[in-house]
Design a protein. Structure first.
Length: 336
């Protein structure tokens, strides 16, 4: 139904408007008392729990950051069979993000280009929603810095986000890999990244799992640095990968690509790149670094490939937009 009815209707609208419509409709239908139980009966399957980072994940499939940035639909989305949901990226202060249009579909590639720019409601609004949630689904808090804050002062923003969210999320993700905040990726360099993660670890008295989300555009030398940083700072693992700035091997006409302009590319075109990074890190670290895979997962086989490469859990975003909620069920049935 989604692929043949709902998706064609939603795709008549701009990508960002379709996202808002989806949120509004989801909120509306879940106000009907029987909706939650109906959705659960359609999409939830029996799965084997996975223990990772000291957390008991009911299954291996999560929703990646970026879809429900502001924790608006946690209760509703939990009914679709997700084992965990990652909110954010959340910054200390609300920010509007980059000018619109900033979200684009590449239908021929089953991909999305975004340059959202950490648009979010800020910590206070997000925490207020987290306090009211009823679902017990595992929540990840993806945190970043506000755009106007220079990299030299970035630690302060990540500290504010950590301290504010620590009582309301189950794990943290430090996002320094988005290509849509100016100069943010410079924080992936070895010294500033080590300093940042050590600072967060010093704050982490309650020992919430701390993960780092990395870009798919890193060289092997940079990945070796990432492995060293994870081991030296003793953070709990990686999320691989964020969106790419590359535009390789796309079916979409180059004129449209140029018209869209800059931004991070997600979806099917980054599947292999993401998988190779996972495989490289898993091999070089002798399997000692836990990895959550994200990037180009559009079916159960894609998810299985990520696990074979060395990941323990997977996340979906663009695949969820193109395939709909049945994707979660299909992956869970395959992975068991």
């Amino acid at each position: 139904m989604f692929r043949y009815v709902l998706r064609p209707i939603l795709f008549l609208f701009s990508a960002e408007k379709a996202h808002r419509i989806t949120f509004a409709l989801t909120k509306f239908f879940f106000k009907i008392p029987s909706t939650a139980s109906l959705i659960q009966s359609l999409f939830k399957v029996n799965t084997t729990p996975v223990n990772l980072f000291g957390l008991n994940f009911p299954n291996r499939v999560g929703l990646a950051a970026g879809f429900d940035k502001n924790a608006e639909l946690i209760d509703e989305l939990s009914n679709f069979g997700f084992g965990f949901i990652e909110i954010g990226t959340v910054t200390p202060k609300p920010q509007a993000g980059n000018p619109k249009p900033r979200l684009f579909r590449l239908k021929k590639d089953q991909a999305i280009i975004n340059r959202m720019g950490f648009n979010n409601d800020g910590l206070d609004a997000v925490i207020d929603r987290l306090k009211k949630r009823k679902s017990t689904v595992i929540i990840g808090g993806n945190i970043g810095k506000n755009k106007e804050v220079p990299n030299e002062e970035a630690k302060s923003d990540y500290e504010k986000a950590y301290l504010a969210l620590v009582d309301y999320v189950d794990y943290f993700v430090v996002n320094v890999s988005s290509p849509n905040t100016p100069n943010l990726r410079e924080l992936q360099e070895k010294k500033p990244l080590t300093d940042l993660l050590l600072h967060i670890q010093k704050l982490n008295k309650v020992k919430k799992p701390i993960l780092l989300k990395i870009a798919p555009d890193l060289t092997h030398e940079q990945l070796d640095d990432i492995i060293d940083i994870v081991q030296s700072t003793k953070i709990d693992g990686l999320i691989a990968t964020n969106t790419t700035v590359a535009r390789d091997n796309l079916f979409t006409h180059w004129k449209k690509i140029n018209a869209v302009g800059h931004g991070g590319l997600s979806g099917k075109p980054i599947k292999e790149k993401s998988t190779e990074i996972i495989r490289y890190i898993h091999t070089k670290s002798a399997g000692k670094i836990p990895i959550i895979a994200v990037g180009g997962i559009h079916n159960a086989k894609d998810a299985e490939e990520k696990l074979k490469a060395g990941a323990t859990l997977v996340q979906v975003y663009t695949g969820f937009i193109y395939e709909g909620p049945s994707l979660i069920k299909r992956i869970n049935k395959k992975l068991g």
